[in-house]
Design a protein around this ligand. Structure first.
Ligand code: FAD
Length: 411
């Protein structure tokens, strides 16, 4: 009686953890050489891309607690996010939640009664429209806060991003501590993937890497065999499957499944820079760089919704981004030398980083398309953008759906 979790991204890891905690025997299968999926460490230890969590991401933070990794996620900017506007030269600290805007020093530009009402209107029911259309009358708040938040949380340009989904994100920022921002102190390897695998191993759930599921055999609405190429696993009557793979793989394995078809890229640029000092996180407006994460081991820059930027060469991206981040580093007094010439840098391009969160999303897939097979993955959660939070929640929901399915029906 084994549950085969296919895909060791965060959704698969969260599903596996929920299952072993519920007393189930779990086998984890991963196609790549390492676990973590879209939140992984590269062979040299660099993160594929900077990952930030908000206090509102309660399931993701709870998951970190369960794997003993919560301490590794630090809050670099407890006094509000430092934001430099490269066009106007204005530097300020900004609170992400309107609850922090009582303090004028932490208020973004463009907060007026009218723009606050536009924010509130996002929470009301009504036909969906793009974020750009919803804030057409409030360009200053759109530029200073709404656009950076949309691009960061929805990875979709404001002209196409769903105002309704942004409203759902903003509503969750209202609670106490919900707008606090956390990042991994060392990186996704040591602060997320390794502790998750170690915790699972303690529960007897081991990972097989390089093990790509080629096809699922189905009979009478059940999965009966999993073909991994080098081996075909025949499923017993009590065995079950959590399919925690990205949407395009899920659609290949289960033809006809409704999945998101369009994705948006994220470009990350990692500069070599070994310099002791605290972890820092800075926002930039009006340039190519959007967020800068400074850690003792290097400086990483994120460009989300990077349709145009993803085509730049490493050298062209570094030549544009380094002067922007250097300006911010000097302006906010970050310690250490910040030479004019960019240090060596490497770009990581995730071309299908997340689904695009536009208007009229496809219907969510069924959680349990086959009697003994459930789906997990950031793309399976309606009304949540594709993030670590939705990945964890989807994994937990998949584990819960399997427990419900295996419960005897009362007479
Ligand atoms: C650059 C970047 C930056 C991001 N920044 C943030 C952020 O700041 N905050 C945030 O919350 N989220 C962020 N995200 C989103 C977050 O990483 C994802 O939402 C999350 O990791 C998705 O997890 P998942 O398990 O659903 O999918 P995946 O991570 O895609 O996991 C699926 C796994 O299945 C494996 N697989 C695929 N096919 C098969 C097969 N046939 N057989 C076996 N295994 C298979 C894959 O190799 C992969 O390991 C970012 C994503 C990227 C790419």
């Amino acid at each position: 009686m084994t549950v085969h979790v296919v895909g060791a991204g965060v959704a698969g890891l969260a599903a596996a953890l929920a299952l072993v905690r519920g007393g189930r025997r779990v086998a984890l299968h991963e196609a790549a050489p390492v676990a973590g999926g879209r939140a992984r460490a590269l062979p040299d230890g660099t993160d594929n891309g900077t990952h930030a969590l908000l206090g509102a991401n309660r399931a993701a933070l709870r998951f970190l607690g369960q794997i003993g990794a919560r301490e590794g996620w630090v809050e670099p900017e407890p006094a509000g996010l430092p934001v430099l506007d490269l066009e106007t030269g204005t530097a300020r600290r900004v609170a992400l939640s309107p609850l922090g805007w009582g303090d004028a020093n932490r208020r973004p530009e463009g907060v007026t009664l009218g723009s606050l009402l536009a924010l509130l209107r996002l929470a009301l029911p009504g036909p969906d429209r793009s974020v750009a259309a919803a804030f057409a009358g409030h360009p200053r708040l759109l530029r200073a806060l709404v656009e950076p938040l949309t691009v960061a949380a929805l990875n979709t340009p404001v002209a196409e991003a769903s105002a309704r989904l942004l409203g759902a994100v903003l509503r969750r920022l209202g609670g106490r501590g919900a707008a606090r921002l956390f990042v991994a102190r060392q990186g996704l390897g040591p602060d997320l993937v390794a502790p998750a695998l170690a915790t699972l191993a303690c529960h007897g759930a081991n990972l097989r890497t390089g093990s790509r599921l080629r096809s699922v055999t189905q009979e009478a609405g059940r999965a009966t065999a999993l073909d991994f190429g080098e081996a075909v696993l025949v499923l017993g009557p009590e065995d079950a499957v959590v399919l925690a793979v990205p949407p395009w793989e899920a659609a290949r394995l289960l033809p006809g499944l409704p999945v998101p078809q369009r994705h948006a890229p994220i470009l990350n640029l990692h500069f070599e820079r070994v310099e002791e000092g605290p972890v820092r996180f800075i926002g930039l407006l009006g340039g190519l760089a959007q967020w800068v994460l400074v850690r003792p081991g290097g400086v990483s820059v994120t460009v989300s919704a990077a349709d145009a930027a993803v085509g730049l060469t490493d050298a062209a991206a570094a030549a544009r981004i380094w002067p922007e981040l250097r300006q911010a580093a000097l302006r906010f007094g970050l310690p250490g030398p910040w030479p004019e010439a960019p240090p060596p840098a490497r770009a990581v391009r995730e071309r299908r980083a997340t689904p695009r969160h536009g208007l009229n999303p496809p219907p969510p897939p069924p959680r349990r398309p086959l009697a003994n097979l459930v789906l997990a993955g950031d793309w399976t959660m309606p009304m949540l953008p594709a993030t670590l939070e939705s990945a964890v929640r989807s994994g937990e929901a998949a584990a819960a759906a399997l427990s419900r399915a295996s419960r005897p029906v009362p007479a």
